[in-house]
Design a protein around this ligand. Sequence first.
Ligand code: AMP
Length: 326
Amino acid sequence: MNEETKNAILEKIREYDRIILARHVRPDGDAVGSSHGLAEILRLSFPDKEILVSDEDISDALEFTQTEETDPEILDYSNALAIVLDTANLERLANKRITEAKELIKIDHHIDRNPYGDISWVEDERSSVCEMIADFLYTFRDVLQCNLRAATLLYMGIITDSGNFKYSATNGDTLRLAGYLLDMGVDIQTLNSELELRPYEFYKFQACIFDKMKLTENGVAYLYVDKEMQERFHLTRSQASDSVDFMSGIRGTLVWIAFIDNPDGSIRVRLRSRFMPINNLAERYDGGGHANASGATVNSLREMQALVKDADALIKEYKENNGGWI
Ligand code: AMP
């Protein structure tokens, strides 16, 4: 699929001596895995080229990847090729200066509402950008080199963005490409332990969350991790945000939402759903995202309640008009 685009990308990579990779703010496993996985592959395959990853805002949870990033302010963008990964629109870039590069390539798996770049390779049905990079590697396996570190980074992005192969974007290609990476020797026990193990106190926080979680009449589960709770349990921002996943296993709950106090007084909203899409709702509250995983922002408790009410109305309508949900 997209053979011409992939060929054009490889040609551009060959053309440039300096290549800078970038991704979205608050990087997740897919953003870190795809930028550093591809950087590693390019360094191995083209040792004479300068390959850099910009941005320095990696989360505590991903520090185990020991990735090295360069301060965007000291980079020389002239005559550089930029490759932007996992970033639907330029507003979500962590390094806004990347657009100063001579040419820019977009590689992404979000719905392409805001096309950009001199070359754009977007496949919104893919589980992850890491799956796309694994596909790129496999397509050009006679030219490109890979090592265990790159394979592990890419595998990490596939499992984190596909929910360990559970989300609906998972298909045969996802598993085949993950298998291709696994065959390079990925240590899944260590990787999964790094990704999943939490400190003891985290489970105390989880108990508190379950106690405070609420359920609307039609089945929206939601919770609010306010500043007080974040301080009481000494939570990092990503630990507080992870709480959305606690609510994923409730039968009949097709939408679940976490509200997390931001330091600036606004409230981050993380929306998740199954069977029914949630991105249109997120777009009404200054956000957006995927059909079943979106983000938004609200600025008051009143706005929070309004969003919950809207979500409840959406579930009601969905359940009345559709069968097959669980
Ligand atoms: P999150 O809950 O932050 O993991 O976000 C889930 C998905 O929603 C991400 O993959 C983003 O694509 C998207 N997203 C999150 N926040 C926003 C936002 N403010 N605007 C647009 N898309 C967002």
